[in-house]
Design a protein around this ligand. Structure first.
Ligand code: HEM
Length: 470
């Protein structure tokens, strides 16, 4: 237990240097295998994907996910598969134009807000968090959500995030839980209670809208947000005991806990992850001004200084894409990915018993010396080289979104937000560090938690760059 402070992506990477790419840790009564090299990750996520596709869940995660009624903490199996289909086909798909359109609207609002800060210090961590929470909130609950409620939801979300990231001794030594978890339990009950009140009200409003077939405005009754999509599967008494792999999605039902769990998955999965990568991308560009210049030159050539970035420009912004990939390699927002074995298995000649946690250190893998030249340097041009790695899950040297069955279902949406947001920030404004600070003086340390944001927020001063009005 004296090693607890080392249970971060950096601490575990350090231990892996000494003990290797596959490492067994026993923390109290809990056994954990840590995977830190591309070869081992390939074995786990591709070679034996189905054996390693369960999710390990902590005391906090189990409570906050309504006893694993969501997708992220569900074990691999027929229930998870149906939940995943709902996410991929109904919630994140390119066909859900409302979601993708709201990204553009929110980025536009962000640009207008930054423009009012021209010449003054601007905390980019706040800009990025506010953008991504607005995007996921609008996608989940619709554009008609009332003023004030968003702030209330953000407070709930922040407490969820803090609780998820908290170390809890009961996960390692369960019989100590009665001493240490009293305050934690109180916080868990309070925050889940607050979420119940919030989402139950929303579900009821959406149900009323759905049953209002005679609505004057036809569009109002149509599915416009994720809750609309989810309530179309609602059956208050649905249980998933006898669900089979062959069942079709048309007969699948969700109870309220499933809906609440899925909404939290989306809000938690899509908000802090994307915000932290936006801040890191801007940080690396401020630290490496020659790279910022290259991205801005590309924007000047492809878009020109007389208009804003449009979706159709993104495919031509190759260097921007490389910059974001390089940021994801150095700063994956989920540096430790938790899985669990479904049964006993052999891995690299070692027996790994069923129900052991398997932690994949995507941060260490992205900086693996054998896979990457100058692994700690920020060099976006490495992604221009022939045969360069991609994050789609086939190159195990670069897995910021994971790989295999449990890989991130929000990858396409998440990368689109990153591209559009950073493109607009860098295209519409020139940036200087606050207080005459030099790029080389930026503090690059990160905070380990649910995600790994910059420990000290990036404060920069924007000035307007375009030759036309916004
Ligand atoms: C830069 C952006 C993002 C990164 C780097 C990222 C990364 C990841 C990673 C590493 C995993 C775990 C994969 C595994 O277990 O093997 C994951 C899972 C997940 N992500 Fe993302 N994510 C991002 C954005 C998003 C967005 C925008 C959403 C939703 C709106 C989302 C929703 C989820 C969900 C629901 C899961 C759980 C999947 C499952 O358990 O089956 N993510 N993500």
């Amino acid at each position: 237990m004296s090693m607890v402070a080392q249970l971060t992506h950096r601490g575990l990477a350090q231990l892996a240097k000494q003990y290797g790419g596959l490492m067994h840790l026993r923390m109290g009564l809990h056994d954990m295998v840590v995977v830190s090299t591309p070869d081992m990750a390939r074995e786990v996520l591709q070679g034996q994907d189905s054996v390693f596709a369960n999710r390990s869940s902590s005391f906090v995660a189990t409570y906050l996910s309504y006893n694993r009624a969501d997708m992220s903490f569900a074990n691999y199996g027929p229930f998870w598969r149906q939940m995943r289909k709902i996410c991929v086909m109904k919630l994140f798909s390119r066909k859900r134009v409302e979601t993708w359109d709201s990204v553009g609207d929110e980025i536009n609002k962000m640009v207008q807000a930054v423009a009012t800060k021209t010449g003054s210090p601007t905390d980019l961590s706040k800009v990025a968090s506010s953008l991504t929470s607005h995007i996921t909130y609008k996608a989940a609950f619709g554009t008609n959500s009332r003023e004030g409620e968003e702030g209330q939801f953000e407070t709930i979300l922040q407490e969820f995030s803090k609780l998820f990231a908290e170390f809890n001794v009961a996960d390692f030594i369960p019989w100590l839980s009665w001493i240490y978890t009293k305050d934690l339990k109180r916080r868990l009950v309070n925050v889940r209670g607050a979420l119940d009140v919030f989402i139950d009200k929303l579900i009821d409003e959406h149900l009323a809208k759905k049953s209002n077939k005679n609505s004057k405005d036809e569009n109002e009754a149509a599915a416009t947000d994720m809750v609309d999509e989810l309530v179309s599967f609602l059956d208050e008494g649905a249980d998933h005991e006898n669900i089979k792999s062959t069942d079709s999605l048309s007969t699948f039902k969700l109870n309220r806990d499933n809906i609440k769990g899925l909404i939290m998955d989306i809000m938690i999965g899509g908000t802090e992850t994307v915000a932290s990568v936006i801040e890191w991308a801007m940080t690396e560009l401020m630290k490496n001004p020659e790279e910022l210049k290259k991205v801005q030159e590309e924007l000047s050539n492809v878009v020109g200084l007389c208009r804003r970035v449009q979706d159709s420009d993104l495919e031509n912004l190759t260097y921007l894409k490389c910059t974001l990939k390089e940021t994801l390699r150095l700063h994956p927002p989920i540096p430790l990915v938790f899985h669990e074995t479904a049964k006993d298995t052999m891995l690299a000649g070692y027996l790994i018993p069923a129900r052991w946690s398997v932690v994949i250190n995507t941060w260490a893998i992205g900086r693996d010396k054998t896979a990457w030249d100058e692994p700690n340097a920020f060099k976006p041009s490495r992604f221009l080289e022939p045969g360069a790695k991609d994050f789609k899950g086939n190159d195990f040297e670069f897995i910021p979104f994971g790989s295999g069955r449990r890989s991130c279902p929000g990858m396409q949406l998440g990368f689109y937000v990153l591209e559009k947001c950073v493109a607009e920030l860098v295209h519409c404004f020139t940036w200087e560090l606050h207080g005459g600070m030099k790029g080389s003086e930026i503090d690059m340390s990160d905070n380990f938690g649910l995600t790994t944001p910059k420990a000290i927020p990036l404060v920069v001063v924007p000035s307007y760059r375009l030759e036309c009005a916004l």
